[in-house]
Write a protein that binds this ligand. Structure first.
Ligand SMILES: Cc1cc2nc3c(=O)[nH]c(=O)nc-3n(C[C@H](O)[C@H](O)[C@H](O)COP(=O)(O)O)c2cc1C
Length: 334
């Protein structure tokens, strides 16, 4: 059975990728994921705020005008004592890339352009095989226009593309009026891949403690339906690779994403729930399913259930309406 896949122009041994999570926050974690069979590892995101904080700190140190670095540290005892995130992150990229024989993808989280985006070239030099832009922006100002939010994505992408030679993927949220158009614009702006979708930490209000709680929460397989629908609609229509993210619990979810047209399938919740070794079970299950269905390579099956461009609108509306009618006919069984 040939599971080899291609993503962002990289040749991968199979289509399973560990998406960004704390599982890859140490070199040992990355090794464990690669050992369990994943074909690439995305590191947890480095945040724009951290990069900016370090840049400000470095500038302040330089401005202090002292001759020796050690002496200058005394001006900023606290900041200097704590090892800043970005430096640790670069070191993680470097050591992880050297430790495993699968691509290590660095992830940047931010939403503005500016000096911090140059940091991508440092990630490239440290050995990142690609950069994933995890663009998170909650337009808290109700007067922010949708076009402005979309343009920020394009701007961050083009700024980073201008400073790196490695491929750049954009991890999207599903919260756009027209996800398809955003995908097409990013594709035209040079995105090498799109990751559909991110799943954000959404703070909630706890009536007992009268406070705000923040937790990531793990996904359920039903959440895979939305990204799967978008992958089925976009497959074959973009130059960029398509990565599926959200709701992969077992091999059937991986198979469904590939049939929809994903180039690779990412997983986090299932690996957090069952341990990194669950990747081996996902790959064994995928191989067994392919054998059962008579598929020999991923090319035999990828995109088999994608929605052809000339059917997209009709198909979406038709299946929605016919499902409603069928449920109505069956006495409202959902
Ligand atoms: C604990 C946790 C931490 C995560 N950290 C990141 C992160 O740093 N950057 C990122 O882009 N996504 C992050 N994610 C999102 C995952 O990479 C993934 O896109 C999301 O969980 C959906 O996939 P899943 O259903 O397989 O979990 C995180 C998810 C979890 C549960």
């Amino acid at each position: 059975m040939d599971l080899s896949a291609r993503y962002l122009g990289l040749n991968l041994r199979n289509p399973l990728v560990a998406s960004a999570s704390p599982l890859a926050s140490t070199v040992d974690g990355v090794k464990r994921l690669a050992g369990a069979g994943v074909a690439a590892v995305v590191l947890p995101s480095l945040f724009e705020e951290e990069v900016r904080r370090q840049a400000a700190q470095d500038a302040a140190l330089a401005q202090a005008g002292t001759e020796s670095f050690a002496e200058s540290l005394s001006y900023f005892p606290e900041e200097a004592g704590a090892e800043p995130g970005p430096r640790q992150y670069l070191s993680l990229v470097e050591r992880a890339a050297a430790a495993v024989d699968v691509p290590v993808i660095a992830s940047l989280n931010g939403v503005t352009t500016g000096g911090w985006t140059d940091y991508a070239s440092a990630l490239e030099q440290a050995g990142a095989a690609a950069i994933e832009l995890n663009i998170y922006h909650l337009p808290a100002d109700p007067l922010t226009s949708g076009r402005d939010v979309e343009q920020r994505h394009i701007d961050v992408l083009t700024t980073v593309k201008a400073v790196v030679g490695v491929p750049v993927a954009v991890k999207l949220s599903p919260y756009f009026s027209s996800v398809g158009e955003v995908a097409v614009r990013l594709d035209r702006a040079g995105a090498d891949g799109l990751v559909l979708f991110n799943r954000f930490m959404q703070p909630d209000i706890d009536p007992e403690s009268l406070g705000v709680t923040a937790a990531f929460g793990l996904s359920s397989p039903a959440e895979g339906r939305l990204p799967r629908a978008w992958i089925a609609l976009l497959a074959g229509r973009l130059k960029a690779s398509l990565a599926a993210s959200t709701g992969v619990e077992d091999a059937a979810d991986v198979a469904a994403y590939l049939l929809a047209g994903a180039d690779v399938v990412m997983t986090t919740s299932a690996l957090l729930r069952h341990g990194p070794e669950h990747a081996t079970a996902l790959l064994d299950g995928l191989t067994a399913w392919m054998a059962r269905k008579g598929f020999h390579t991923l090319n035999d099956l990828r995109g088999k259930l994608a929605i052809p461009a000339d059917h997209a609108e009709a198909r979406e509306r038709a299946s929605y309406v016919s499902t409603l009618w069928a449920a109505d006919r069956d006495g409202g069984s959902w």
